[in-house]
Design a protein around this ligand. Sequence first.
Ligand code: NAD
Ligand code: TYD
Length: 341
Amino acid sequence: MKVLITGGAGFIGSNFIRHFISAHPGYEVVNLDKLTYAGNFENLTDIEALSNYTFVRGDVCDRQLIDSLKFDAIIHFAAESHVDRSIIDASPFLQTNVIGTQVLLEAARKRGCRMLHVSTDEVYGSIETGLFTEESPVMPNSPYAASKASSDLLARAFHETYGVDVVITRCSNNYGPYQFPEKLMPLVIANAIGSKAVPVYGDGMNIRDWIYVIDHCRAVDIVFHKGRSGDVYNIGGKNEQRNIDIVKKLLVEVARKGGMPEERLLDLILFVKDRPGHDRRYAIDPSKMERELCWGPETGFDDGIAKTVEWYLANRGWWQRIISGEYQSYYEMQYGKRAGS
Ligand code: NAD
Ligand code: TYD
């Protein structure tokens, strides 16, 4: 089987390809990635020489290119993925996340092949109490979440209308190696190592449900092979954490593993103006995955945090090269005028 994986040079996509190729050495993988600011060719240098792996630089919106590729199934990770960027400009989000998904759905329809669409728990919006189930209403609040909800519903519509073999996953916040240092965890770790202020939005009491990236990758693999056509599968780590607690935990871990004074790192915390429309709480009920597909998260939070901090300490070159480049001007735009509150 030849599987087209989109967005494989990004955070989850690169972790997924590494997992997928080792779990299914008989498969061929074509990684289609535009290499936007978030895509990094370095993420997969360890597998680029494998004979069953091909990288194609290209845009998921490019119909001609997609039509020219040979594949038997699609796993679609490619997206504009950062909420704060979507608040500055939603256009690339609509283009890649909605139009790009439509192009891939058309390709799956033409070929009669399976497409796994990687969606997100953010399509559900914010929940005060209880958990998001697959039946919860889709009520996105950020332009990012709205673009993901649109693509998620388009995938459903292609299944209902044309009978395309679609499966959809909605996962909670991922963390782990290779995450771009604009997202909370890598940003905190990088700033702590560089003795820079650590920005916490609002009161720091927003809750996210964190999952170690490899547990998400295992889940996507299982849904791809065993998921019921047309179904949605919630994936989550059963691990709700307040932002401020995560920030403190990371700072303590960096101090311990990096040999830095804990008090000095904790002093870096800076409460800043809140994100507009900031979702208060995400919480996923993954019991359908557990019940029907025998999947469950395996990495405990302490273990996952320790592995993540170790990886960022051991791979400073990877994120320092990113931070020194184009990302720097984005960082200035996002935090330069965001005075402490
Ligand atoms: P990421 O931003 O790290 O990676 C996205 C990748 O997509 C990059 O390699 C980028 O170059 C590529 N890409 C962007 N636009 C493209 C285009 N037009 N054509 C081809 N490639 C393009 O994102 P991520 O965190 O790895 O997320 C991957 C997927 O998982 C996304 O669909 C996201 O919505 C979803 N998701 C992420 C999380 C999370 O916590 N990060 C949680 C749930 C779901
Ligand atoms: P993020 O990693 O951007 O993921 P998402 O918004 O998709 O959940 O942010 C995770 C949480 O951390 C979110 O509540 C916003 C908050 N946050 C901060 O407090 N400071 C920061 O610098 C960033 C990037 C995020």
